[in-house]
Design a protein around this ligand. Structure first.
Ligand SMILES: [Zn+2]
Length: 395
């Protein structure tokens, strides 16, 4: 691997300007929108697919998981446009350079390689990174012949699988917060959640608290080893929902944000059961895991939450590290009726997950065939019976 990386660099140096440009264009033009989507997801952009366009958080100038959704990718031009700070158009190589500049602030497995090098990157570094990310072979002396092979992107899926098998060994360290102060925060009865079915015991176990300053429910996030890596708040004030129902908590002037994609909520609690049963249920929101624990008991809890409707490499790797054999996706019902525009987008996303990971692990879905769930409901929102029905009939 290292050898071929060196080889790429040396080759890129001796390539003439025209050849290099051609090589770059070839890589760029052959990347499918799905591959760009993966790239953005892995970099913490929480991308959303919109036909032949992707909308992502502005990871070009913000750390992962932050920034507004103002970074657009257009498949017809293969270019990104940032509508805020950068207000600029750029390709995937330039985006890589931009991310690398920010990577020093955040430890993200995706840019692990980028982070370890403190020297600034230039274009050949970015090319090397993008090529190795997608498992693209470097060009060799027979450059013109090689181009035909470059069209054969099939190889990507194989490399993807190989990449994933390696993952278990990769250790990611997110910033860990001191957790002691949480003890001093109130733990009142949260009636709105109790009414929905979450028991006070489960809330206690998850260390759910209340922040009187913001009038919000405080949801600490722990990594697989029980380190506090972030805190989110669910506001109880209707007007504040505009900023987002769930936002990073600010307590005593300190912001407890973290890149949500680099963890699975509740995995610190459900990991042993997941390891024993070799199955994990992935919900979107934290609350679904609390409901699951309330209905079926902690001793049966195999649920985690992706905290978004994407499942990225890192999260799959976390589950693989628990020897999981089946991942059961229980995302919210993000469509009004089967066949509508949202349904198409929703099923596309599920197909995408299946295509990406289906060859290395069994993926099933809690699919609402019988139309029992309400719009935007999680499979567990309407009680244990409906959940069990969906679970039994998962596809
Ligand atoms: Zn930007």
């Amino acid at each position: 691997m290292l050898l071929y990386v060196r080889y790429t660099i040396s080759y890129l140096l001796i390539m003439n300007e025209l050849e290099r440009k051609k090589y770059l264009e070839d890589i760029k033009n052959n990347l499918t929108i799905d591959q760009i989507y993966d790239f953005l997801a892995d970099a913490g952009g929480e991308p959303q697919m919109h036909g032949d366009m992707i909308i992502s958080r502005t990871i070009c100038h913000n750390p992962p998981g932050q920034g507004s959704f103002k970074l657009y990718y257009y498949d017809n031009t293969k270019l990104f446009k940032c509508f805020t700070q950068c207000s600029d158009t750029f390709d995937i190589f330039e985006l890589t350079l931009k991310i690398k500049k920010l990577a020093g602030e955040y430890i993200v497995y995706w840019s692990k390689e980028a982070k370890q090098e403190s020297r600034p990157w230039d274009l050949p570094d970015a090319i090397r990174f993008v090529a190795s990310y997608y498992g693209i072979e470097p060009p060799d002396e027979n450059f013109s012949e090689k181009q035909i092979e470059l069209q054969d992107w099939q190889i990507f899926s194989k490399l993807e699988a190989k990449k994933l098998q390696k993952v278990n060994k990769q250790i990611i360290s997110l910033k860990v917060f001191q957790a002691d102060f949480l003890k001093n925060m109130a733990q009142p009865k949260i009636l709105s959640w109790e009414r929905e079915g979450i028991t006070p015991e489960i809330m206690k176990i998850h260390n759910i608290r209340y922040n009187p300053c913001t009038q919000a429910i405080v949801i600490p996030h722990y990594d697989i080893n029980n380190n506090l890596i972030g805190i989110r708040e669910r506001t109880l004030i209707k007007e504040n929902e505009e900023r987002g129902k769930y936002i990073p908590a600010v307590i005593s002037g300190k912001m407890y944000n973290h890149p949500l994609s680099f963890n699975l909520y509740n995995i610190n609690i459900s990991k042993d059961n997941i390891r024993n049963i070799k199955k994990a249920i992935v919900f979107e929101g934290e609350k679904s895991t609390l409901l699951y624990g309330s209905y079926f008991g902690l001793e049966n809890d195999i649920s985690v939450a992706a905290c978004g409707s994407n499942l990225i490499d890192y999260q799959v790797k976390l589950l693989l590290s628990l020897d999981v054999e089946e991942i059961i996706i229980g995302f919210d019902r993000q469509y009004q009726e089967i066949g509508d525009q949202e349904w198409k987008k929703w099923t596309e996303k599920l197909y995408h997950i299946h295509n990406k990971y289906g060859s290395i692990i069994q993926i099933s879905y809690l699919f609402d065939k019988g139309n029992v769930l309400k719009y935007k409901a999680s499979p567990i929102d309407q009680g244990p019976d409906i959940f069990m029905e969906l679970f039994k009939n998962r596809i």
